[in-house]
Design a protein around this ligand. Structure first.
Ligand SMILES: Nc1nc2c(ncn2[C@@H]2O[C@H](COP(=O)(O)OP(=O)(O)OP(=O)(O)O)[C@@H](O)[C@H]2O)c(=O)[nH]1
Ligand SMILES: [Mg+2]
Length: 356
């Protein structure tokens, strides 16, 4: 009966952010995560997908697709793909019109995400949008991808107002077939972003978009970690401890954390005491005792407790070492920015890289 209907029954009729907030997925991983986010979010409305491979966007039902043609030229390196993407720049700029906040989601290390994400970030920055990168970093074993990932990460840091790092290694279930494992990781990432960006479900509250963007506007790294525990009992504290273990493996010094947002998803019987003990415990595990902490809660998850932690303030992460040349330059006290400095002695650097 019509009188029983609530606004929540019509997700697309509730007010969202329109074109003010643009989410751009780049490359295979970026498109898949963005697509998952578009399925989950009722507030985000403007989704754009940029890639070279049609199959990355074959199942996209909501949003704009921009395909960079690499069929003849190939896509063996990010530099090559970036040059090809120049032809599509006007389409990208058009999609960025009117955007106040731009989220760029990409997996780094392949040729598409590493090649095109920095290009889009530079455009979004030039248009004056607050640009936030959400970057999935390659696995430790994907050694050949580390160099490109490290270089692209450095570029993203220079163009973006904030960079959120996600370590596939910490989220993936190694026992599942890879396709299912990626799909599960993408669901976790989309869930985490959706919960942090704004609540629309009954029985939940969160810090929301403005707080999250404000939180991320920092020159230091932000890191997103998540842990879930399947159990009929509510286990917020354990979920937080598990999520911090992931953080521990990504950041070099977890005491650098200056701010954090914790979002808990649990059964609706979760008590204030449970929330206080798990969130209070966090300040003993990360930060230097002065860390600012905020929290959100979704009480809609029977049988599972999830802790999502977004922490910021880190000067270094394990991914800084992914770019070996940069590492050597750091050790030599040289600061190499995005361009290549012709005065550097590359041969000596490369021999150092081989030895390290
Ligand atoms: N979380 C997640 N990570 C993925 C997925 N697919 C690939 N990755 C990881 O993301 C990194 C970049 O991979 P892709 O996104 O496939 O690369 P690409 O940008 O499309 O570039 P090409 O490989 O040249 O097509 C790799 O290190 C993968 O480990 C995915 O669906 N989800
Ligand atoms: Mg790809």
């Amino acid at each position: 009966m019509l009188t029983n209907l609530k606004l929540d029954d019509f997700p697309l009729s509730s007010p969202g952010y329109g074109n003010k907030v643009t989410v751009i997925g780049v490359g295979s991983a970026g498109c898949r995560i963005t697509q998952q986010l578009s399925r989950e979010s009722k507030l985000l409305e403007h989704f754009v997908y940029v890639t070279c491979d049609d199959h990355d966007v074959a199942n996209v039902s909501r949003g704009e697709r921009i395909i960079v043609d690499a069929i003849s030229a190939g896509k063996e390196s990010p530099y090559k793909v970036r040059a090809l993407a120049a032809q599509k720049l006007s389409e990208v700029k058009h999609q960025l019109n009117a955007s106040r906040v731009v989220f760029i989601i990409a997996g780094l290390g392949g040729s598409v995400g590493s090649g095109i994400a920095p290009l889009i970030a530079a455009e979004a920055q030039a248009k004056g949008a607050i640009t936030v990168a959400i970057l999935v970093m390659p696995f430790g074993f994907e050694k050949p991808k580390h160099f490109f990932a490290g270089g692209a990460l450095k570029q993203m840091r220079s163009y973006c107002s904030g960079v959120v790092l996600i370590d596939n290694e910490e989220l993936i279930n190694e026992k599942l077939p890879l396709i299912d494992a990626f799909s599960l990781v993408n669901q976790k990432i989309a869930l985490a972003l959706n919960k942090l960006l704004g609540s629309t479900e009954p029985n939940e509250f969160s810090k929301g978009l403005i707080n999250m963007v404000d939180f991320l506007k920092t020159k230091s790294y932000s890191v997103l970690c998540l842990a879930d525990i399947e159990s009929s009992e509510i286990r917020c504290r354990e979920a937080v401890i598990e999520a911090v273990k992931h953080l521990d493996k990504i950041v070099v010094d977890k005491h650098e954390a200056s701010r954090s947002i914790v979002h808990l998803c649990a059964d609706k019987s979760v008590t204030m005491k449970e929330v206080i003990s798990s969130i209070g415990g966090l300040s003993g595990m990360i930060g230097d005792g002065t860390m600012q902490m905020e929290y959100g809660l979704s009480a809609n998850s029977p049988g599972q407790t999830t802790a999502i932690i977004l922490a910021t303030g880190f000067s270094t992460t394990k991914f800084d070492d992914y770019d070996p040349v940069d590492r050597i330059l750091r050790n030599k006290g040289t600061n190499m920015e995005i361009g290549f400095d012709s005065s550097l002695n590359w041969q000596s650097l490369l021999s150092d890289a081989e030895m390290s």
